[in-house]
Write a protein that binds this ligand. Sequence first.
Ligand code: GRF
Length: 201
Amino acid sequence: VRLVVLVSGSGSNLQALLDASDDPAYGATVVAVGADRPDVEGLARAAKHDVPTFVARVRDYPDRDAWDAALTEACAGYEPDLIVSAGFLKLVGPRFLAAFEGRYINTHNALLPAFPGMHGPRDALAYGVKLAGATVHFVDSGVDTGAIIAQVAVPVLDDDTEDTLLERIKVAERRQLVDTVGRMAREGWTVNERKVRLGRG
Ligand code: GRF
């Protein structure tokens, strides 16, 4: 299975996928990494792994629609079976979704539907929840609203700061993303009214 991974930052989730895909038994290979900005660590990680990269910067296009078209075309050129948003901070547009909805997944650092958006761990800590975690979900036109594929919980400890909680979440998040993408690649999936099942069925 051919994966394109989209990043905007450090790319530790990307790194976990790159490492996993070194094993042919994993079932998925990262064929390209895209970003919405240059000079991010995620692109360097890809280059180090000899994976091609591309950058689609919103401000290099006349409007959001043109950016959406360029991102869609760049991804489509790599003929992906699955596209993974791993810390990609842009909402894709209607063209992208028309091309890839149902094959575009995101990892979010909270237990959705609680705490969507940019600051999941901070919001969870401020709310006072005792369990936090991460969610892999399909992307639809909303913010972190698509059908849920997998979730993992971690405890919130009394003396947690945003950083300590985020680190605990990210350890579980990376493992979950690698497991989930591998299972999707090897076993396929079905979606029936938001109910996602991995495996042939
Ligand atoms: C992840 O925690 C993801 O949930 C959030 O951004 C983080 C990306 O981390 N949207 P990294 O760039 O993969 O290290």
